[in-house]
Ligand binder design. Structure first.
Ligand code: SF4
Length: 210
């Protein structure tokens, strides 16, 4: 087994632990979220580097041909919207994390969906990113539909930070990127994905709102 392969296997094992820990802690919190609601899937969702291998494996092993076609269409649509609302960028002037956060309100207000939302469901549910696992509502299931900028409750944010701490940044980077970027090259060859500045995990910025 090569060193690279061993590292990926280790990352996948620890990401299962991190996700399971978050799922168990969120399950203990009283919430009013309902099956079929996907209000929180209409924003720019970020994925950690350490979550990527499990998503790629799921796409390769579980996704059907029809789902792959749908994902390619969704990715194109996502980038059309993202590119329209961000400045021209190139390698010497990549988009920054702040610039991405600054257009997030457009995705929320216009209910632009995550490219992995198919019909009313998440197509990568078992391997969805950590951030998707912790968002919930405690008062009314309508809150997210009424207010696209509603924040994630503080106790859920703590669950997120704690789960992310399973990853030692000296072993595997905690960088993250918008989820759509993860599969841009594989699922939509003819789209332009603007270069991004490498973004390092900042606990103070994960749930930042503009
Ligand atoms: S990955 Fe799944 S749960 Fe997360 S925003 Fe996209 S569709 Fe929703």
């Amino acid at each position: 087994m090569t060193e690279q392969y061993k590292l990926i296997a280790k990352v996948m094992a620890v990401s299962v632990i991190a996700h399971s820990q978050a799922d168990a802690e969120i399950a203990n919190i009283k919430k009013v979220c309902q099956k079929g609601c996907n209000a929180c899937c209409h924003q720019i969702v970020d994925v950690f580097t350490w979550e990527e291998p499990a998503i790629f494996k799921y796409l390769a092993k579980v996704f059907t041909a029809a789902q792959k076609k749908q994902l390619a269409r969704n990715i194109k649509q996502w980038f059309n919207r993202f590119n329209r609302n961000t400045r021209p960028a190139n390698r010497s002037s990549p988009l920054t994390f702040e610039e991405i956060r600054n257009v997030e309100h457009i995705f929320r207000e216009n209910k632009y969906a995550c490219p992995f939302l198919m019909g009313t469901s998440c197509s990568i549910y078992p391997v969805r990113p950590l951030v998707c696992r912790v968002h919930y509502q405690a008062d009314s299931p309508n809150n997210c539909r009424i207010d696209p900028h509603i924040t994630t409750p503080e106790d859920a944010q703590k669950v997120f930070y704690k789960a992310a701490e399973n990853f030692d940044p000296t072993v595997f980077p905690k960088a993250k990127k918008p989820l759509a970027y993860l599969v841009a090259a594989d699922f939509a060859h003819d789209i332009q994905s603007k270069p991004l500045q490498s973004v390092v995990y900042d606990p103070n910025n994960v749930f930042g709102r503009v």
